[in-house]
Structures are given as C-alpha cells and as structure tokens.
Design a protein around this ligand. Structure first.
Ligand SMILES: Nc1ncnc2c1ncn2[C@@H]1O[C@H](COP(=O)(O)OP(=O)(O)OP(=O)(O)O)[C@@H](O)[C@H]1O
Length: 249
C-alpha cells in the first residue's frame, strides 16, 4: 500500500503539491488526471524521490526515502514523460538500465528484456540505436525500461501520449494486467474516457491540490470536470465503451 501524508513540493509562484494526503492499495491501476500544471508529474516525481518533497511517502508502512538504493530499486520504477537520451545507445542498453541494482543472472536479464520487447512490439528494433526510433517507439522503450524491473510500484508519466491507438490500448491493457498481478500502477493520463474505462481509481489534481480521489464515477462528476478543466461534459456509456462530449463552459 502506498501512503502519502502531507506531501508538498514548492513551486516558483505557488506550491506544485500542497499537503497531499492519500493512500492506495496494491493491485490497482490508478489514473492521475488534472489540467496542465495541476501537479501530476510533480506527484509522480515526489513519490519516486526524484524531487525532494516534504511529508511522508511510504510503501507498506516503510518510508521510501529511508530505503537503501537496492531496496528502492526492487520496489519502484518510474517512467518519465520526457527522458529521451541524447547519446547513441541500443534499445537493449536502454532497457537494461531498468535492471541496475538488481542481482539477477545474465540469462534472466535477457529473458526479461526479450519478454518486455515482445509485449510492447519492440522486438524488431533489437540492436537498433535509439536515435533512429520514432517518438512513439521510444516511448514504448522507456516503458519497457520501467517494466523490465517487475516492480511492486510502477509510476508512469503519460505512458500513452505519443502512441497510436493500437499501442495506446495495448499499453493500457498491459498496465491493467500488471495491476491484476498485484502491483500498484499509477499513471498520469490526459485521455479522460480511457482513464474512466481502464482505471480502478482516479486522483484528480488541480493547482497542486487534491480535488478528489475515488472510483471513476465518483471523480468524473460534472461539477469536478467543470471546476478543474473548465468544460461541460456529457457522458455516453454503452456496450461499445465510454465516450464523452466536452464543450467549453
Ligand atoms: N522544476 C520545477 N520548478 C518549479 N516549478 C515547476 C517545476 N516543474 C514544474 N513546475 C511547475 O509546477 C506545476 C506543476 O507541474 P507538473 O509538471 O507537475 O504539472 P502536470 O500536471 O504534470 O502538467 P502537464 O499536464 O502539463 O504535464 C506547474 O505550474 C509547473 O510550471
């Protein structure tokens, strides 16, 4: 279980995160939603320990900041939104970085890399320099790097934003499966209908504040959507899925 008590992060003009308190059980896919600048990436970075936040961030009652590097590497993986390496490395080299600090055999390493590449349709790029990959292919490589560690807690910052629709659905199903295997997966996502359809819970942020945390139907109310995104939204739910028709207020 992830517990955050009074998580705060300073910004330039206002807090990027202001006293966020919440807890989330393992075995869930959780969507972080909110308008641009709401604090979604800041919250993921604060949980991952990439940005020094105040407050307490604990995993199964243990403070994440107090964990040793290896223990932390065994616990969580973080996929950044923009983490495009500028140097020339192969796809496998990049994915292998996700296994730093892991004590696993060379054959297990290779097995995991092959598996994750197959799952994300990356096998054809084996041996390719990452400089020759498209934005969407690279985004899948960055997700592979986070997934290969098989972490208990997986933090993904907009893992689908550069992907075509086939790969968006593939990644959402994959993340759902990860949660069904007992992991906690938290992803920032802008696509509200996809968040509603795939996530067990949503966390709605606005201006660094926690607006609402709960099941999609509890969070995606007309009032919350109007207040945070400034849109009026009609929902259409039928057998083919969930859609919405947002209009400016
Ligand atoms: N390193 C930083 N120092 C100070 N302020 C920052 C820093 N990074 C981001 N901010 C500010 O913090 C606020 C939250 O940013 P954050 O990136 O967390 O938003 P977000 O919800 O992920 O937005 P988006 O949907 O645009 O990706 C924004 O107002 C942003 O300008």
């Amino acid at each position: 279980m992830l517990t955050i008590e009074n998580g705060s992060l300073k910004g330039v003009t206002r807090p990027r995160l202001n006293n966020i308190t919440l807890s989330i059980d393992s075995g869930k896919l959780v969507g972080l939603i909110g308008p641009n600048g709401a604090g979604k990436s800041s919250l993921l970075k604060a949980i991952a320990g990439i940005e020094p936040a105040s407050g307490r961030f604990s995993w199964n009652q243990q403070l994440l900041s107090a964990m040793k590097d290896t223990e932390r590497a065994n616990t969580l993986s973080y996929m950044a939104q923009d983490d495009i390496p500028q140097w020339d490395m192969t796809m496998a080299d990049i994915i292998d970085i996700g296994l730093l600090k892991r004590r696993i055999s060379r054959s297990e390493r290779q097995r995991r890399i092959d598996n994750v590449c197959a799952t994300l349709n990356l096998s054809e790029f084996n041996g390719h320099s990452i400089q020759r990959l498209s934005r969407g292919e690279l985004q899948r490589v960055l997700l592979a790097r986070a997934l290969v560690a098989e972490p208990e807690l997986l933090l993904c910052d907009e893992p689908t934003n550069a992907l075509d629709i086939y790969h968006q659905l593939n990644v959402l199903q994959l993340l759902k499966k990860q949660s069904e295997q007992g992991r906690l997966v938290i992803m920032a996502i802008h696509d509200i209908p996809q968040a509603a359809e795939y996530c067990d819970e949503l966390i709605l942020l606005d201006k660094g504040e926690l607006v609402c945390h709960g099941q999609p139907f509890e969070v995606l109310t007309k009032a919350n959507l109007a207040e945070t995104f400034g849109v009026h939204a009609d929902w259409i739910c039928n057998k083919r899925g969930v859609a919405w028709q947002p209009r400016p207020l």
